[in-house]
Design a protein around this ligand. Structure first.
Ligand code: OAD
Length: 254
């Protein structure tokens, strides 16, 4: 697609954003790529190109080798903690302030939307900024500094794990319900930086589309299952998102 038609789509979606009553945004790892965090499915640098998820991101992997899974997870959590939100995260903070109703659903566990200033983010896959007990599920704020790796739950002595959703685990039902209800009710859904390969998140844009919402996809690659009624903007989220917000509201909020 040439630059002129991309500009046309940005203007078209900008106008739709200005008129929308309820905007839903679904984000994936691509929105944090410009903050220096690896995505999952990039052929060279993606986490799942370098590591095997069945050894690092499943309950069985944790039971087999809790130390390996804990150390790998904490390394990623540390990388996320040292990174900074980028212009795409900040554009979504402005979008939240501009539209009457806004729901931000993320598959990311890096906490960057909240650090940018977004409110009430639905973290479908949990957050690497939190830790919970593997046995009882209780979120834990701190633990005794001992030689144990992973550390032990201060309440029951069970092993601690990151509060993220691993392969083979169910999403928190209240989060999934809230995400699906928002997708069903919105008039515009913006999908940003996700390959759309992981369910149930991958179906959210199509739920919105079926209910008559406008669907716009921002991604470096072509990833959509269907075309036609979907507006696709190819580019870096950190450039496209600020452009979309400016197309809708030319004057920045002071
Ligand atoms: P993926 O790695 O599958 O997809 C990231 C997408 O972002 C790709 O389509 C890239 O082309 C695109 N992308 C990369 N850089 C970009 C940029 N700067 N701007 C715009 N797009 C860019 O990541 P997800 O779709 O988030 O699950 O993966 C979904 C889930 O799979 C993750 O939440 C994780 C993983 O297994 C769990 O951990 C449960």
């Amino acid at each position: 697609m040439d630059d002129a038609s991309q500009t046309e789509i940005v203007l078209h979606i900008g106008a739709a954003l200005r008129q929308a009553r309820h905007v839903v945004v679904l984000t994936g790892a691509g929105i944090s790529a410009e903050s220096g965090l690896p995505t999952f499915r990039n052929a060279q640098t993606g986490l799942w190109a370098q590591y095997r998820p069945e050894e690092l991101a499943t309950p069985d992997a944790f039971r087999r080798n809790p130390r390996l899974v804990w150390e790998w997870s904490m390394q990623l959590a540390d990388l996320a903690a040292r990174s900074q939100p980028n212009p795409a995260h900040y554009a979504l903070v402005e979008l939240e302030q501009r539209v009457p109703k806004f729901t931000l659903i993320t598959q990311n566990v890096d906490g960057l939307h909240q650090r940018a200033g977004s409110n009430a983010v639905i973290e479908l896959h949990g957050s690497s900024t939190r830790v919970r007990c593997f046995d009882e599920g209780l979120i834990v704020d701190g633990w005794a500094k001992t030689a144990d790796v992973p550390p032990r739950c201060p309440y029951c002595g069970g092993l601690l794990r990151p509060d993220v959703v691993w392969f083979g685990e169910l999403l928190a039902p209240e989060k999934l319900d809230a995400a699906q209800a928002a997708a069903d009710a919105c008039d515009l859904l913006l999908s940003i930086g996700t390959s759309g390969e992981v369910e149930p998140a991958a179906s959210l844009p199509y739920r919105a589309l079926r209910r008559g919402a406008t669907l716009a996809v921002v991604n470096l690659d072509v990833t959509t299952r269907a075309s036609g009624s979907i507006s696709t903007i190819h580019g870096l989220a950190g450039q496209v998102l600020p452009a979309l917000v400016r197309a809708a509201w030319p004057d920045p909020i002071m």
